[in-house]
Design a protein around this ligand. Sequence first.
Ligand code: FAD
Length: 485
Amino acid sequence: MLDVTQAKLKPAKIAIVGGGIAGASVALYLSELGLDITLLEKGPSLVNGPPICHLHAGGNLYREISEQQCLTLLAQSIDLLRLYPYAADYRPTVVAVPKHDKGTPEQLLPRLKTLQTEYERLINLDPLNKVLGESQDYFQLFDRTELECLALQEPLDKPQTLAQWMIPVAKNADLDKLQFPLIMVHEFGLNMFRLGASAALSLEANTCCQVLTNSTVTRISPALPGSGWLVDYQQAGLNKQGEFDYLINAAGFRSGLIDDLLGFKRPRLVEFKAAYVSRWTECDCIWPEVVFHGERGTPQGMAQFTPYPGGYFQLHGMTEDITLFKQGLAASTEQSAQPKLAEVFLNKIDQSWTEPEIIKRTNRAIAHLSAYIPSFSSAQIGAKPLFGAQQIPGGDPTLRAADVSFVGDNYARCETVKASSVLTAADVILQKLISTGLVDKKTKALRSFPVSERVSEQVITLRAEALTKEREFPLSFAHINSTKP
Ligand SMILES: Cc1cc2nc3c(=O)[nH]c(=O)nc-3n(C[C@H](O)[C@H](O)[C@H](O)COP(=O)(O)OP(=O)(O)OC[C@H]3O[C@@H](n4cnc5c(N)ncnc54)[C@H](O)[C@@H]3O)c2cc1C
């Protein structure tokens, strides 16, 4: 452990490996506290890993997870919205249970009521937590008669009420295939280009943080026994080295490679998954997100319809022909903390997809959604897929709310499964830094971020537009349909 008197003389030097949403957000949090942060990211920009499109503010997409995970995701999502208010698309989500499904909408209601009560409690604790609207509006039920009335109305450019948001669904969904009521819940969209832009701009504005992009960590060794780390990295073909008091591994699905460099064991899973981008030019109205529940891994797996501006829709279908892949889930072994994904998936991540694969899987995704929204069958391929490998610490593939683990006094792993968990992860790391004497014990967990708050929405939009160009996605992906109320 570092000598406490020594620590008081200069702020602890902390290296974070990986500039995805986890590493970038922990860097933002710790640099707002004035700590000396170096963020090392292999790629050219931040938050460029697997997609992030949904704010799981209650975990209502997942029937299989525990109520406790849903409550955790709710609280964490509220925190994330407070950190990145301009990265969310403030439109609700419809949850529909098809008639062929074994579940019923009624089974979902007790959990929704618990979440509503918890949201109210969080607002009472701190009024600034009211980021999902009024607690009594957290969710609303719609029966068939109401939907048939809404189907007669024209969709609005700026829907205000949940009923107005429901009009496109009422007009276009095949109601004969669905059980009632339909549920509309305040789970918003998350835009990864705007998340990347918000994080990068905040970090650039903070003199305590050095962001090193195009920098791959290749070797880590102890500086002196128990006192810190020497981190070797390659930047633009040059070998460089930095010395740090503390190391945070936020390398996403490659966190196991960093553990392997240090000889640390860790059970974990990684799962390769993909979402597809369609363009529906006939559609000229603003949609909520729509989720049709289904049994994961079967041909009727959950279908998720995520709107972007410009008639673009991101599609998930939880079948092995669409979002999931045969052998797409890999586990770590006794020999290595890094699960070995098959070469075919690593090639997709590091290089690209073939054109026939993109066409085949995107068309299947369009067909999967058209079963519930028949007019959507006229949609076309809109862009390349959004995909990647998601890390899951431990051995339970249904785990959704995860954050940090530690080895000794100067190494943390930040392994979030969902973007919303990043502030919890930062809180836990802060507590560890306090307990090891690297940070003053009077330091409090942060929920306001003065440097970040000075970055304007317009500047975030411009940077997000630049990221869509750099990554070859439609410009509309930098924009949102519905702004913060
Ligand atoms: C299809 C799909 C859909 C998803 N949808 C959602 C969603 O709607 N909402 C949600 O919350 N989550 C979603 N997720 C999960 C989400 O994408 C991940 O949880 C999240 O991206 C993890 O962030 P991360 O920062 O931990 O990892 P990553 O984003 O993978 O970041 C890790 C970074 O580390 C860098 N790195 C790795 N090794 C090194 C090294 N040696 N040196 C330097 N840098 C290194 C990588 O380049 C990378 O940028 C989805 C995942 C998938 C696959």
